[in-house]
Write a protein that binds this ligand. Structure first.
Ligand SMILES: Nc1ncnc2c1ncn2[C@@H]1O[C@H](COP(=O)(O)OP(=O)(O)O)[C@@H](O)[C@H]1O
Ligand SMILES: [Mg+2]
Length: 496
């Protein structure tokens, strides 16, 4: 092909290439160009490239042509700026055009690819999307470089731990994120094959530390990020388990309570049967003993024996009465009840007893307590039991504090009976609501008081618990629903 034709074709190709290419002399004079012309005013008379293209009076800083002139090799320069005519980011490549051992001219190519700009935009868009994705994930996401510096920390991680995202990124080290040597253990497992494959860790239960030192149980999925074979970072996705654990505990407690009420129901049947059988003969024993004592002149020894029979029979009578109460013999009689009044009335029945002689009663009764629908008699029985238990526990001088209030949720009333007695050891505490459980000596306690209390409160749709630590007294807390209409089911159903 003839050279002229080739040259003409090459020039066309250059035009088609649509990139600025120019040829300058070692003195920076513009010798030839394609693409550049489009940028230049038609009347451009300025000979130097820096004048006509960049509008400068002198050679540009870091001019790649200058480097080519200095060492004879191609050079590149990234220009993050503008020309006289347009702005943008582009690369200038400069190549020496040699002629008989020296540099005759320098070819400069400008790669401000619009495609590249598009790619960058795309890249920053997808980066923003990924950032959004991580930030809005429901689980915590945390990544660290191999020095432990946190490089990703999302909103969920911030919420769980109490650190702000900025704070964690600036100050937190992954080693301080876990309790004790947790971070080491995570790395050991990540590097092992045994916990989900090398570089991976699945569903690891570990404790993280919140900003204030709070221990946060988490379930962690983690991975090492590699570049080739080199570990460059770690990333962890974790789920805060506190809510789940809380729910589990609540469920276990409910199950325990259910079990307790089932046990009570079947014991109730038995107790009711026995109590029924005993009630009449006991009545006769008491009646006839009293008659003999009243109507006959008896020797002292005989009288003492009969008194003993009467006392023991009366004790049996008390147990039978409690058994019957326990078996829910008494039908609920629902009527509007003012709990403060029930407390006052019950107190008036007990405070004059010898047991209460050295006991100070402190009342904090909410004056605006709503009237609730309940069986006043039964609730009085509940209060009586709690007061007597407290006084028996105090056993001497002490204080009983009685508080009524409305729950924070506004749908329950709360009764607290607190004493400064010896408290209840943990192994005893879990049994106190069980029927026939007592720590009192024979004749003093039947072990039925609190199980009756439990039953009554449960039948009113409420709940009761005891908080106590040995040496720190005991508090019984009762919650009763304000809107309670009728007993759940038939109160006598257990009697068959
Ligand atoms: N206020 C209290 N302080 C310490 N222990 C208590 C208190 N109330 C109950 N208890 C414990 O709970 C047990 C069960 O109480 P209860 O069911 O009323 O039966 P009882 O009073 O007949 O023993 C008691 O024996 C006692 O050990
Ligand atoms: Mg008791």
């Amino acid at each position: 092909m003839d050279t002229n034709k080739q040259q003409a074709l090459l020039l066309k190709a250059m035009e088609a290439f649509n990139r600025r290419v120019c040829l300058i002399s070692p003195e920076f004079k513009l010798l030839a160009s394609t693409g550049v012309d489009r940028l230049l005013p038609d009347d451009c008379q300025m000979p130097h490239c820096y004048e006509c293209i960049y509008g400068r009076n002198d050679v540009c800083e870091n001019c790649p042509a200058e480097k080519v002139l200095a060492n004879g090799r191609p050079a590149m320069r990234e220009v993050i700026s503008y020309s006289k005519h347009r702005s943008g980011t582009f690369c200038l490549y400069a190549y020496p055009v040699p002629s008989s051992g020296s540099i005759e001219s320098i070819a400069i190519l400008n790669f401000d690819f619009p495609a590249l700009e598009g790619l960058e935009e795309e890249l920053s868009r997808s980066n923003a999307f990924l950032h959004n994705l991580i930030q809005s994930a429901c689980d915590g996401v945390i990544a660290a470089d191999m020095n432990g510096k946190i490089i990703i920390f999302n909103d969920a991680a911030a919420q769980s731990t109490g650190y702000s995202v900025e704070e964690a990124l600036a100050t937190l080290n992954i080693r301080d994120f876990y309790e004790g040597d947790g971070a080491k253990e995570v790395m050991r497992r990540l590097r092992s094959e045994d916990y989900g494959g090398k570089g991976k860790l699945k569903k690891f239960r570990i404790t993280a530390l919140g900003k204030t030192g709070a221990k946060i149980p988490i379930s962690l999925y983690a991975a090492i990020i590699y570049e080739g074979d080199k570990e460059i970072a770690t990333i962890g996705f974790f789920h805060d388990l506190r809510e789940t654990i809380h729910m589990q505990k609540k469920l276990e407690k409910t199950q325990m309570q259910l079990l307790q009420s089932e046990k009570m129901a079947s014991l109730g049947k038995l107790a009711a049967g026995v109590a029924h059988q005993l009630n009449n003969p006991l009545g006769s024993i008491i009646l006839y003993t009293k008659l003999i004592l009243e109507e006959y002149e008896l020797e002292n020894d005989l009288r003492d024996d009969l008194q003993r029979i009467l006392k023991d029979a009366q004790r049996c009578g008390t147990t039978v009465r409690e058994l019957l109460a326990f078996a829910r013999q008494n039908k609920q009689q629902i009527q509007p009840v003012n709990i403060n009044q029930v407390i006052e009335q019950t107190l008036s029945l007990v405070v004059n007893q010898a047991l209460f002689q050295n006991i100070a009663i402190r009342k904090h009764l909410e004056p605006f307590l709503p009237v609730i629908k309940a069986d006043g008699q039964q609730l009085s029985h509940v209060c009586m039991n709690l007061f007597i238990n407290a006084a028996q526990a105090i056993d001497g001088p002490g204080t009983i504090e009685i508080t009524t209030s409305i729950s924070a949720t506004k749908d329950r009333i709360v009764i607290k009976v607190k004493d400064d007695g010896p408290g209840i050891p943990e192994d005893v505490l879990k049994h106190i609501f069980e029927p026939f459980f007592t720590t009192k000596e024979e004749g003093k306690g039947t072990g039925l008081g609190l199980s009756v209390v439990f039953n009554i409160i449960e039948n009113h749709g409420g709940n009761i618990c005891a908080k106590s630590r040995p040496g720190k007294g005991t508090t019984f807390i009762i919650e009763l629903p304000i809107a309670y209409d009728k007993p759940k089911g038939d109160a006598n159903a257990t009697l068959g």
